[in-house]
Design a protein around this ligand. Structure first.
Ligand SMILES: CC(C)(COP(=O)(O)OP(=O)(O)OC[C@H]1O[C@@H](n2cnc3c(N)ncnc32)[C@H](O)[C@@H]1OP(=O)(O)O)[C@@H](O)C(=O)NCCC(=O)NCCS
Length: 345
């Protein structure tokens, strides 16, 4: 059977840092409250020169370099985002315009679960033999939609991008299992109102220059703790493994208390759980690929390691998968790494 190994990875965050002490000067909050309730110490926030496109392109270039590929060797670009720079055209086409090449390009929207949804979708193009090399990007600039007078949400979010390259291999590498789920009835607990083709009749919403993210924190918290454990457990079972076989949990970085609760449910020791939300906050679809990149850079991912990726977010949605890390069996010969963009399946 063909598999889709992760052969390249990269990340990008804006330079501007928004610390808890900065937030203390903006809303009634404290570093102590934010750290104890969320684990977040600072986050990166887009400035005037940054965009969803610029972050996605920077992460993608790193991932391509690491894979040793040029953009015109990529067959398909899938971008997971809920904050595209524009609706027409897709974020993926904006990224492709910067990178070059003629890869197929489309966006996928599943909010903070988006990267795992996109990884699952993209892997299937490789597993079925339709494509050889696919670029998957998770990127969001949610701070553009954050209300910096609302202390219950403005402390949580940061901006960033992460990317991976998938390549075909006959060895069991890349995604071994996937669990995707959603509960649309819970959409009201985490959303951005009036941002889309539907024109709301509410004069108040129409008058607002840019809508703000709305969230019921306690509902999302309860939902997250439940689905993280359930989805991760189901993904491990579907891969034919047990948690004793798992080397690292790479969860969506939303709240340290949510991650700790999920790890307890799964009986995973703290040193097998990757957490970097203290420095980035919740970067939505970017959080898992950024975490993957940093775990690898820290020397924590080795060839053949079994990783569990698990995410939750707006939708409400959730997604989990077991990834076997490494590039065994990926052909490095230029002969088998031809030009991308043409339909092969
Ligand atoms: C938002 C969240 C951190 C709030 O933490 P919490 O422990 O649930 O806190 P509560 O909402 O119960 O609020 C407790 C008190 O702190 C206050 N509070 C809320 N935000 C505060 C802040 N930034 N600083 C200080 N106090 C704050 C509340 O007003 C409330 O005060 P009250 O008791 O006087 O009414 C938490 O619910 C959460 O992380 N939920 C999940 C959100 C998430 O992950 N969203 C993204 C999903 S992808």
């Amino acid at each position: 059977m063909r598999h889709a190994a992760i052969s390249g990875w990269g990340m990008a965050v804006p330079e501007r840092i928004l610390s808890n002490s900065d937030l203390e000067r903006m809303v009634e909050t404290s570093d102590e409250w934010i750290v104890s309730r969320t684990g977040i110490k600072e986050r990166r926030v887009v400035g005037p020169g940054d965009s969803t496109t610029s972050l996605a392109v920077a992460a993608a270039r790193q991932a391509l370099d690491r894979a040793g590929l040029a953009a015109d060797q990529i067959d398909l670009i899938v971008v997971a985002t809920c904050t595209p720079d524009q609706f027409l055209v897709s974020q993926a086409c904006l990224v492709q315009a910067e990178l070059g090449g003629n890869a197929g390009a489309f966006d996928l929207g599943a909010a903070c679960s988006g990267f795992v949804y996109a990884l699952s979708t993209a892997s299937q193009f490789v597993q079925t033999g339709c494509h050889e090399r696919v670029l998957v990007i998770g990127v969001d600039t949610l701070t553009r939609f954050v209300d910096y007078t609302d202390r219950t949400t403005c402390i949580l979010f940061g901006d960033g991008a992460g990317a991976v390259v998938l390549e075909a291999t006959d060895e069991p590498r890349g995604l071994l299992s996937t669990v995707l789920g959603a509960d649309g009835a819970g959409a009201k607990h985490l959303y951005i109102p009036g941002w889309g083709a539907y024109v709301p009749e509410s004069a108040a919403l129409l008058a607002e220059p840019r809508p703000h993210l709305q969230m019921n924190g306690q509902e999302v918290f309860r939902f997250a703790v439940r689905v993280m454990g359930e989805a991760a457990g189901a993904a491990v079972e579907r891969a034919g493994l047990t948690f004793a076989d798992i080397d690292m949990l790479i969860p969506h970085q939303a709240n340290a208390r949510i991650i700790d609760a999920a790890a307890r449910t799964l009986d995973l020791p703290r040193d097998k759980v990757w957490m970097n939300l203290d420095r980035y906050g919740n970067t939505s679809a970017a959080s898992i690929p950024i975490a993957l990149h940093e775990a690898e850079a820290a020397g924590r991912l080795r060839e053949g390691d079994n990783l569990v990726l698990v995410a939750f977010g707006g939708g409400l949605s959730w997604a989990a998968g077991v990834v076997r890390w490494g590039t065994a069996g990926v052909c490095r010969d230029p002969e088998c790494r031809g030009r991308g963009g043409a339909a092969t399946g």
